[in-house]
Write a protein that binds this ligand. Structure first.
Ligand code: NAD
Length: 319
């Protein structure tokens, strides 16, 4: 474990006002870091970091990282999370998504280079596309449609991984890549289009749960606290990755919908709607690397994480 693990450094978190980013800022502060959160609020919200505003170690900087990223204060760790992440968001913001994955990643890498900081990129299981290997290990190159509607996100992340790898070689930046699998938990937006908040919102309102296709497609859902612990384990390691961070309990979308109906006690029915183009049929991480090299593994079973998330949505129906 590196000296970063002892905390009391300064971390920059791009996309820190988003869902995962806000939990990461909170965890870094709890570990003794000072945190500068940089966000343009394109998909994030001031509400997500409102509870951190009074923390003496927390600074918020408004800005689009694709336009530039300048933080004067000496920085030990740059966590680059900025990027629209839900299909509804990146389909609405296609060019911004590509700019953030390309120029934004370049600027975040440059910040890390200037400060001699460790750089961590949150890539995604979407780099595997509609996978022809199952489960997906880091050595699998993926099956991505470069001109399909999802390509603005998938290819931006693939490019960001390539840029990170090149910069590590060319400019000697200490880099780390994690590939996050579908993460859920408190602070997701009810209308962000992802399955968990959509189903919970629908179940709590007593409306039909809209399952796409025949519901046999699978996802492996990771509770946000586990994802954040995985990100920190990677930041504190000396690995460059990529390393999968996810939960290897695989659920069909139909199983997920039924579980949410049961856990909410809802009388909602299930309605089948059209499946989006290029929607992956299966998703499950091979966690051999994470377990073996990072000594990290997910700890939250889907039922437990969903119960906590449902409780949060009951208290925050507007997100
Ligand atoms: P999110 O949309 O809630 O958060 C992204 C944040 O980045 C938002 O606050 C947004 O305003 C900010 N942002 C976007 N472009 C920006 C820019 N150019 N400049 C500054 N800020 C910008 O999404 P999330 O689910 O929290 O995802 C966070 C990261 O984790 C993303 O990089 C995403 O690709 C990755 N990831 C998430 C998941 C998941 O299931 N949540 C899965 C795989 C990968």
């Amino acid at each position: 474990m590196s000296t970063l693990a002892t905390g009391r450094g300064h971390a920059v978190v791009t996309g820190g006002a988003g869902f995962v980013g806000s939990h990461l800022c909170q965890a870094l502060l709890a570990h003794g870091y000072d945190v500068t959160c940089v966000d343009d609020y394109c998909t994030g919200s001031p509400h997500n970091v409102a509870q951190l505003a009074d923390h003496p170690g927390f600074t918020f900087v408004a800005g689009d990282v694709a336009q530039g990223l300048d933080v004067d204060r000496h920085t030990d760790l740059v966590c680059h999370l900025a990027s629209p992440a839900s299909p509804a968001d990146y389909l609405r913001l296609p060019l911004h998504t590509l700019d953030t994955g390309s120029a934004g990643t370049r600027n975040a890498l440059e910040l890390a280079r200037r400060h001699g900081a460790r750089f961590l990129l949150t890539s995604t299981s979407e780099v595997y596309g509609d996978p022809l290997e199952h489960p997906q290990s880091e050595s699998y190159w993926g099956n991505v449609n470069p001109v399909g509607p999802r390509s603005v996100y998938d290819e931006a992340k693939r490019f960001a991984e390539a840029l990170t790898t090149a910069e590590a070689e060319a400019a000697d930046v200490d880099t780390a890549i994690v590939r996050l699998f579908n993460t859920y938990g408190p602070r997701m937006r009810p209308f962000d289009g992802r399955a968990v908040p959509t189903f919970i919102r629908q179940a709590l309102a007593g409306r039909p749960l809209t399952v796409t296709g025949d519901g046999t497609q699978t996802r492996s859902l990771t509770y946000v606290d586990d994802t954040v612990e995985g990100i920190l384990a990677m930041a504190w390691s000396d690995l460059s990755g990529p390393v999968n961070i996810g939960n290897d309990t695989e659920l069909t979308m139909l199983e997920l919908a039924r579980m949410i109906i049961e856990l909410t006690g809802s009388s909602s029915v299930i309605e089948f709607i059209e499946r989006p183009t290029d929607d992956p049929m299966v998703r499950r991480p091979d966690l051999t690397l994470a377990r073996g090299k990072l000594r990290w593994e997910p700890r939250t079973a889907p039922r437990d994480g969903l119960e906590r998330t449902i409780a949060w949505f009951r208290e925050h129906p507007e997100g």
